[in-house]
Ligand binder design. Structure first.
Ligand SMILES: *Cc1c(COP(=O)(O)O)cnc(C)c1O
Length: 359
């Protein structure tokens, strides 16, 4: 096989090669059935095993307590922006922390269903930091507090999470789920589109506590009521069978890597390689405050936009795909999710050093 480029896309993003090879291997004959998973009923025993093992592997890996449901939904993280307030806001008020583009989209949707208090914001400095989680202006009557734990575009993340007492904490973890250890019991709802760190596009992971689930109102359209999916084990209607199957393989791969603690250590090492170069250079400039830097999405600028364009084009020629920053902010971004190999980061750092020397 021709050598594959290093994939730095923000999402859909790199998947473990082993996972894709296994999927290819099994594509025409899934689990000895003689049928492809692509053409198998979502009511077949083979699929039941795919669904159950993906859910239970995720439970084990992340340490999801038994009093939480794990759901596989559709509509992306973007549908969760609306589904959360539709279920839990309902004319009340909720606290949202505004840390960037994804927070803003969530805030906009919530505004359709009730009053949104901005409990903290880093818009004053172009979303280059996370507001101190201990200094948020939380409202006692909030139905929930919403954060985006890792802002994919700005390249910032929470190192500590807000403590919200009895008020449910809700987090968009799309671009970092399973990249580091978290205490799930500190949240009532975690959601993530799979296509950043867990699998292909088409499935969204929702982890929801029983107490929040029980507060879903009656009268919602069936598909937008979380209880429908919890009660039917994410099999109320046809789920995205193939996407969930791949998520299952990624979770098995993750387990083989040593689980979340091991992948977190590796992620820290990978990110440090690039940040160390940025910090020791006058040429590259990181856009996030050092204390709030993401280990998944590394955002940086070069001395001019011309050099940035050259860097991105040169990178592509050298085998690094996806170094362009999000179109809304420009600059450069290296998304180095779980599946991005350590030697790829070393190669990227080498390329960055060479590029700096030449310019
Ligand atoms: C990509 C992303 C989204 C949007 O996900 P979709 O699945 O495309 O709706 C939302 N939040 C964050 C943090 C993201 O990175």
């Amino acid at each position: 096989m021709a050598s594959r480029p290093y994939n730095l896309y923000a999402g859909p993003a790199i998947l473990p090669l082993e996972v894709m090879e296994q999927a290819r291997e099994e594509l025409l004959d899934f689990a000895g059935t003689g049928l492809s998973i692509l053409e198998s009923s979502h009511r077949s025993p083979g699929y039941a095993e795919v669904n159950d093992s993906a859910r239970e592997n995720l439970r084990r890996l992340l340490g999801v307590p038994e009093n939480y449901s794990i759901l596989f939904l559709q509509g992306g993280a973007s549908l969760q922006f609306g589904m959360i307030p539709m279920n839990f806001l309902r004319g009340g008020e909720a606290d949202y922390v505004n840390t960037g583009a994804w927070s803003k989209k969530a805030i906009k949707e919530a505004g359709l269903f009730g009053e949104v208090n901005i409990a903290g914001s880093s818009e004053d400095r172009n979303f280059c930091y996370v507001p101190d989680p201990d200094k948020l202006e939380l409202s006692p009557d909030a139905k929930y507090v919403h954060i985006c734990s890792n802002e994919t575009i700005g390249g910032i993340r929470y190192n500590r999470f807000p403590r919200t007492g009895e008020v449910p904490l809700v987090a968009d973890m799309s671009s970092e789920i399973c990249s580091r250890k978290i205490d799930v019991s500190g949240f009532d709802l975690i959601y993530a589109g799979a296509q950043k760190n867990l699998g292909p596009a088409g499935v969204t992971i929702v982890i929801i506590s029983d107490r929040l689930l029980e507060s879903c109102p009656d009268g919602l359209t069936t598909m937008l009521d979380y209880r429908t999916h919890a009660e039917k084990d994410s099999n109320y209607n046809t789920p995205p069978v193939f996407s969930i199957y791949i998520v299952g393989l990624v979770l098995k791969w993750l387990e083989k890597q040593g689980g979340i603690a091991a992948i977190e250590e590796r992620n820290n090492r990978k990110a440090a390689l690039i940040y160390d170069l940025i910090d020791s250079s006058d040429f590259y400039r990181g856009t996030a405050d050092p204390g709030d830097r993401s280990t998944m999405n590394i955002t940086f600028r070069l001395p001019s936009e011309e050099l940035e364009a050259e860097f991105i084009a040169g990178g592509k020629k050298a085998g690094f795909i996806g170094l362009k920053g999000h179109r809304s902010v420009g600059g450069c971004r290296a998304s180095i999710y779980n599946a991005f190999p350590e030697e790829g980061v070393q190669a990227l750092v080498e390329f960055m050093r060479e590029f700096e020397k030449k310019n």
